[in-house]
Write a protein that binds this ligand. Structure first.
Ligand code: ADP
Length: 375
């Protein structure tokens, strides 16, 4: 049995996965970590609570798999956690200052609680490491980029790997399909995947670039940042605004897509603008990735918005029939598991694939163990 830990900045999620059995044994979430009066002052306390809930001292556990957001330039796949690996994850903190420290806190705590168990780091960036230079390189001074690790890394890789694989299997082209994955949750990203390898993705050096998100703007002229700083905002204020008060939230005051959609229906102009900007950006990326891939076999929607909002799928794909993309209105509103929602005569299959990052992390962890044993 594998324990999957997703230790985030304000919550720790866990799942016990049995890859040989009915898979999901137990899952849970410790929330409001570090908030006053939450009873969970820090990650140590949060992990202790997880340890109690899953009986972490149980002999049934074979390994612990950790979600780690940023692998820097070093990690192109999952790895067995050693002191050296921990050091590298620390070195990637400047690239993901909100996420990597929380991931590390989780790793340190579980290593302390179960020093005997193999622990594996599964990186959000790893799946994108196959991107060609043309897609990963920002057109800036090469020496500066090299010195400071400035390039596109991409995120949501674990989800994108899982969803693109399932989508390819759904259309009978396992391992060979060209897939556009749209992961639309609070964070949002688009990726172009060709024959199982990522060839481009919308998030960049940080998870701020690309699509409009719950609280982040996605693509933005970098000149805006310098303008705001010269007008008197501090760099920290600008960064905080772009992380927490931009995107749907910045435009409408709400970061939750359900609320935005309800407000649009009620005639709210701010919500309507936020929704329009969100959908417009998404269409632009679909068009761009159709061009990057040439032939697209599947467009796969996932994440809270992608899986649940028939309206977003309908609005975003409306008018793309000349590109061979045609939704089936009835299939689009069906609500069962992984499913095809495009019309029978659509050249491009449109699918909804519920993501399962925990299962993917458990499989990756198992794979690392198997490789370690056979070495
Ligand atoms: P996270 O990125 O934190 O894992 P999720 O993938 O769960 O988040 O996505 C959360 C988003 O999904 C929220 O904006 C939420 O409003 C949206 N969402 C969930 N259900 C629906 C729905 N039925 N219609 C529209 N949006 C939805």
């Amino acid at each position: 049995m594998i324990l999957v830990i997703n230790s985030g900045s304000s919550s720790v999620k866990y799942q016990l996965v049995d890859l040989d059995g009915p898979t999901r044994i137990k899952s849970g979430k410790v929330e409001r970590v570090g908030e006053p009066d939450s009873g969970v002052p820090d990650h140590e306390a949060a992990l202790q609570r997880v340890a109690d809930e899953v009986s972490m001292d149980s002999g049934d556990l074979t390994a612990i798999g950790h979600r780690v957001v940023h692998g820097g330039p070093w990690f192109t796949g999952p790895v067995l956690i050693t002191d050296e690996v921990v050091k590298r994850i620390e070195e990637a903190v400047p690239l993901a200052p909100l996420h990597n420290p929380a991931n590390l806190a989780g790793i340190e705590e579980t290593r302390r609680l179960r020093p005997d168990l193999p622990q594996v780091a599964v990186f959000d960036t790893a799946f994108h490491s196959t991107m060609p230079d043309a897609a990963r390189t920002y057109a800036i001074d090469r020496e500066v980029a090299e010195r400071y690790g400035v390039r596109r890394y991409g995120f949501h890789g674990t989800s994108t790997a899982y969803v693109s694989r399932v989508a390819a299997e759904m259309i009978g082209r396992p391992g060979t399909a060209n897939v556009i994955v749209l992961h639309l949750g609070n964070g949002a990203s688009a990726s172009a995947v060709s024959a199982g390898r990522c060839v481009d993705t919308s998030m960049g050096m940080t998870p701020m670039e690309g699509l409009v998100m719950g609280t982040r703007p996605g693509d933005l002229d970098p000149g805006v940042i310098f303008h705001l700083i010269r007008e008197g905002m501090t760099p920290d204020e600008v960064e905080s605004m772009l992380n927490h008060r931009a995107g749907l939230h910045g435009l409408s005051g709400d970061n939750d897509m359900r609320t935005v959609i309800e407000r649009v229906a009620a005639g709210d102009a701010d919500a309507a603008l936020a929704y329009a900007v969100y959908c417009h950006r998404l269409r632009k990326y679909i068009g761009a990735y159709c061009a990057v891939l040439g032939t697209v076999h599947v467009i796969a929607f996932t994440g809270g918005v992608g899986e649940n909002s028939a309206q977003v799928r309908r609005n975003v794909l409306a008018g793309l029939e000349p590109m061979g993309i045609r939704l089936d209105p009835l299939r689009n509103v069906s609500v069962t598991g992984a499913r095809v929602v495009s019309a029978g005569d659509s050249a491009v299959t449109v699918a909804v694939v519920p993501t399962d990052e925990e299962l993917e992390i458990a499989r990756e962890t198992d794979g690392v163990l198997a490789r370690t044993k056979s070495e």
